[in-house]
Design a protein around this ligand. Structure first.
Ligand code: GLN
Length: 459
């Protein structure tokens, strides 16, 4: 008789105390992010490269290239909503990741072919592919853990380290090939990265049994699927939507890194060390580097913290993260102040190193925790949609970051940095006061202990 698992995974074999499937998803996502960040690192450079020469580009202006980059950056995350809906309704997460990966491979190789038509086709394929893959692979990580498993947050942080290993290596590998040998080979390398990701995903799929499958409708469980949301589910969705507001502010602050902070590093920071000037772009690798460096210890610390019975809800972690983010912008204000006093109009670079470090401490309190939180709070039938909505929100945060950064042109960096510092501090403090209330509204979603497997046997 056919049986369908509707709820939690069965017990799984583990490595380092985590399900083996986590490492399958870790390596798949590592290579997907390699492909993503590798391509992103060369996109603007390729577009603005002159049309004549050994390694020609499209000869666009900076403004044209940045505009396309902005749209691409937003769409690629926005598409997560559709990727989520597709998974919830038709495909399930597991298949969505597979199909998304194929789209990405085709997209990268399309970019690798000369010509504008192939270029745009490539971008569209990438937007669809990442939209299908990114939210759904994240939801699958949650599917590996039982309800109430205190290791879930740590699992997401490990997954997040994989993301950042890809993000760290890709710009260097793809960038070097693209700039020294040829753009098209660079895009191909990004495509090969995704092929490796797919091979891992397919080759080790047995560790993902029972995870990410479509919830099937049958006569008996139809009532479960079609039923309107309960009060508890509705409340939990409200908490998630509130947390999305925090997420917008966080990413709007964090993404100053590639924009305003990048320009600030170029123009107003003394980057000379032992007579050598560190290229501005190198600072862009700092985030990923720090995540890889401290992701493990941070996950361990939070786990230890929660095992001691201390407050370790997502909202509490958000509060800590926002306060730390605020401090990181206070440091940048210090840099602006120091530059204003200096004869050469530049500040020393330790501000930047420290500020980026705090960005990442905050990121680790917020970003992987959000992914984990969504898998705890979202009703099963909307799990992928909520994850997709989260990534759409990330896209909005990115866009907001650009708008905020632009105001520095007229208002100055000190103004922008202080507005961000104040906003993050206010939200952080507010959250500390709201922890209890929001936890109550989530009806113990984070504390739920194991519920037995639910099997439905169709008549
Ligand atoms: N850097 C992380 C990634 O690429 C986070 C992206 C995001 O959620 N903004 O997955």
């Amino acid at each position: 008789m056919q049986q369908e698992i509707l709820d939690q995974p069965q017990s799984r074999s583990t490595i380092f105390g985590h399900p083996k499937g986590l490492f399958v998803l870790f390596f798949t996502e590592l290579w997907e992010r390699f492909s993503f960040y590798g391509m992103r690192a060369i996109l603007v450079l390729y577009l603005t490269e002159q049309t004549a020469g050994d390694n020609p580009g499209f000869g666009w202006t900076n403004q044209e290239a940045l505009a396309l980059y902005g749209w691409y950056g937003m769409m690629v995350y926005f598409m997560g909503i559709f990727g989520g809906v597709a998974a919830d309704r038709w495909l399930g997460q597991k298949k969505s990741v597979l199909i998304g990966g194929i789209f990405i491979i085709l997209g990268q190789f399309s970019l690798a072919i000369e010509g504008l038509a192939f270029f745009y086709t490539g971008l569209v394929l990438l937007v669809c592919g990442v939209g299908l893959l990114k939210p759904n692979i994240s939801t699958m990580v949650g599917g590996l853990y039982r309800k109430g498993d205190s290791k879930r947050d740590a699992g997401f942080t490990i997954f997040y380290i994989g993301i950042n290993i890809g993000a760290l290596v890709a710009p260097i590998a793809v960038g070097t090939v693209a700039e020294n040998i040829g753009w098209h080979l660079g895009f191909s390398l990004a495509g090969f990265g995704m092929i490796v990701g797919q091979l891992v995903y397919i080759g080790f799929r047995k560790h993902l049994d029972g995870v990410g499958d479509l919830l099937k409708h049958s006569k008996t469980d139809a009532h479960l699927v079609d039923q309107p949301l309960t009060k508890v589910e509705k409340d939990r969705i409200i908490v998630l939507l509130l947390s999305f507001l925090i997420v917008i502010v966080f990413w709007a602050a964090y993404e100053q890194a590639g924009g305003l902070m990048n320009l600030y590093a170029r123009d107003s920071v003394d980057r000379v060390i032992f007579g050598w000037e560190i290229p501005t772009s190198y600072f862009q690798s700092l985030h990923a580097f720090y995540v890889v460096l401290i992701g493990g210890p941070m996950a361990w610390l939070w786990l230890k913290w929660s095992k001691r019975g201390k407050e370790s809800s997502a909202i509490f972690k958000y509060a800590v993260g926002m306060i730390i983010m605020s401090v990181s912008f206070l440091l940048l204000m210090g840099a602006v102040y120091e530059a204003s006093l200096s004869a050469i109009g530049k500040s020393s670079m330790h501000w930047l190193f420290l500020s980026y470090f705090l960005h990442v401490v905050a990121e680790l309190c917020i970003s992987p925790i959000s992914l984990s939180y969504i898998t705890k709070l979202a009703p099963a039938k909307y799990a992928s949609f909520m994850m997709g909505a989260y990534f759409a929100i990330v896209g909005l945060g990115n866009k907001a970051a650009g708008i905020l950064g632009e105001t520095a042109d007229s208002a100055g960096e000190m103004y922008v940095f202080s507005v961000i510092a104040i906003a993050c501090a206010v939200i952080g403090v507010l959250l500390f006061f709201l922890v209890k209330k929001l936890k109550a509204l989530s009806h113990g979603a984070e504390d739920e202990t194991e519920t037995p497997l639910t099997y439905v046997e169709p008549e």
